[in-house]
Structure formats: structure tokens, C-alpha cells
Design a protein around this ligand. Structure first.
Ligand code: HBI
Ligand code: FE
Length: 259
């Protein structure tokens, strides 16, 4: 796969300078348009933790200066943002998470990609992922996920762990007092799938089930057929705390039917 970011200036950890001055007025305007569109959906479809976090970020007007956000994040949960050229190798990605650094892509999609892009851009990474890094339990979970990723690499089981990330951090739903709400970044940054995931009658909304998630292949080019619903971030933390080594071994046997 060829990636569209500029990797020529990336360090060994794949970090780059954000070069905020290089964004054009048109890019800031497109970011603002995306931000405004999603913001209209948020009160109805996002989980309360996400809504409360975004209100402290002052990130609606233009593409944010990552360092300004990192200052607030460090105080809140010890996380910071690191600028990257786009998707980075698994080991670099997991190493950042295991050090409480969240990689955020520097480039923004083109106007003709308003509704769909293949690779994550700054809007997806920032709007989708960063607000929940202010939530202590979620932030701790992602740190544990990073450590778990490095371990999964040693056990040759990243394929299974990536499914957990997909069905939680990217496309997860959570129960709230007002009904099911979205917390996954792929949902939060999507113009169509956010409402679809929460209220369309077609997809399945299954209770969180670690083993089932790790047996479920995901779709990268259309809306999901199934979403998994956690009770709370504490619930997610608890369910993913055990050592996955025996589970990985069973999954690799492949003797169970794909659910
Ligand atoms: N790199 N920038 C970036 N963002 C991701 O979400 C990402 C990545 N590299 C690897 C990766 N995700 C996945 O393979 C792991 O979450 C499993
Ligand atoms: Fe993402």
C-alpha cells in the first residue's frame, strides 16, 4: 500500500513537526466545515464524556496547534499529541501509546473527500480520538492497549488485537442513561455512520464480548454490520485487563466457527 503522507522527514519514531503555519486558509475552512457538520450530530449521538471534553478544547475555528492541546492533556491525564505523517508501523504506533503519546496525522483531506477517506487524516485523528484522551479511564485503557500491542507483536497476534481496537476505539458504542451512544473515533468523525451506528435498525448492537470481537473480521470500506456496546469505560478496562496469551493461542487454533 502506498501512503500519501510525507515520510521523508520523519524521525525513527515516525514523528514530524506539525508545521502549523503551512496550513492554508482553505484547509482551515474545510476543517471548520467538518467540525461544524459533526458538531450538529454530537448532542444526539455522542457519549457525554466526549461532549464534555470537546467543550474545553477551543478547536472549532481552525486546525488546532497540537502543542496547545498537549499542554491541556498533560495536565488532565498525562497524555500528549505527537504529529505523524499518517499511518505508521505497528511497533511505532504501539510504542507511542505505551508512552501516553497519541499519534495525530498532520495532513487534511481534500474538499472532494468530505464524506470518505481511506487513510486517517487530521480531522479523524483529532476530532475522533483526542477528546476522549481527557477521560481518565479511557486514557488509561489506551495506554494499556499500547503495552498489549507490543506484547501481541511478540506473540504474533496483532491481527486479533487490532480487531479489539477496531470494535472499541474506532467503532465502539456505550450504554448511557439516555440510551446507546457512540465513543469510537471512526463514528465520531463520520458524517453518516455516527447516526447509523446509534439508531439505524439494520446493524446488530451486541454486548461487548472480547472473544467474539477477536473472531470477527471487520469491514474497512462500508458501514459495519455489527457494533459492540460497552457498559462504561470501567467495563471496557475490566474486560480487557486479563492476559490474552491463552486466548490468542485458542484463536490461532481456529477450531471455532467465525461468529
Ligand atoms: N498509525 N497513525 C496511525 N494510526 C493508527 O490508528 C494506526 C497506525 N498504525 C497501526 C495501527 N493503527 C493498527 O495496526 C493498530 O491499531 C493495530
Ligand atoms: Fe482512528
Amino acid at each position: 500500500m502506498s501512503l500519501r503522507g510525507d515520510y521523508s522527514r520523519a524521525g525513527s519514531d515516525f514523528s514530524v513537526e506539525q508545521d502549523w503555519e503551512k496550513y492554508t486558509p482553505e484547509e482551515h475552512a474545510l476543517y471548520r466545515r467538518l467540525f461544524e457538520r459533526q458538531s450538529k450530530l454530537v448532542p444526539r449521538y455522542a457519549c457525554p464524556e466526549w461532549i464534555s471534553a470537546i467543550s474545553h478544547l477551543d478547536a472549532a475555528r481552525e486546525i488546532p496547534v497540537f502543542e496547545m492541546i498537549s499542554k491541556k492533556l498533560r495536565k488532565a491525564t498525562g497524555w500528549e499529541i505527537v504529529a505523524v505523517p499518517g499511518l505508521i508501523p505497528d511497533d511505532a504506533f504501539f510504542t507511542h501509546l505505551a508512552n501516553r503519546r497519541f499519534p495525530v496525522t498532520v495532513w487534511l483531506r481534500k474538499p472532494e473527500e468530505l464524506d470518505y477517506i481511506v487513510e486517517p487524516d487530521v480531522f479523524h485523528d483529532f476530532f475522533g480520538h483526542v477528546p476522549l484522551l481527557f477521560e481518565r479511564v479511557y486514557a488509561d485503557h489506551l495506554y494499556e492497549y499500547g503495552k498489549g500491542g507490543l506484547k501481541a507483536m511478540r506473540l504474533d497476534a496483532v491481527k486479533f488485537l487490532a480487531r479489539l481496537y477496531w470494535f472499541t476505539i474506532e467503532f465502539g458504542l456505550v450504554k448511557t442513561g439516555k440510551g446507546v451512544r457512540a465513543y469510537g473515533a471512526g463514528l465520531m468523525s463520520s458524517g453518516g455512520e455516527l447516526a447509523y451506528s446509534v439508531e439505524d435498525p439494520r446493524p446488530k448492537r451486541l454486548p461487548f464480548d472480547l472473544e467474539r470481537i477477536m473472531r470477527t473480521e471487520y469491514l474497512i470500506d462500508r458501514y459495519q454490520d455489527s457494533y459492540f456496546v460497552i457498559d462504561s469505560f470501567e467495563h471496557l478496562m475490566r474486560e480487557t485487563a486479563p492476559d490474552f496469551t491463552p486466548l490468542y493461542a485458542r484463536l490461532k487454533m481456529g477450531t471455532y466457527p467465525i461468529l
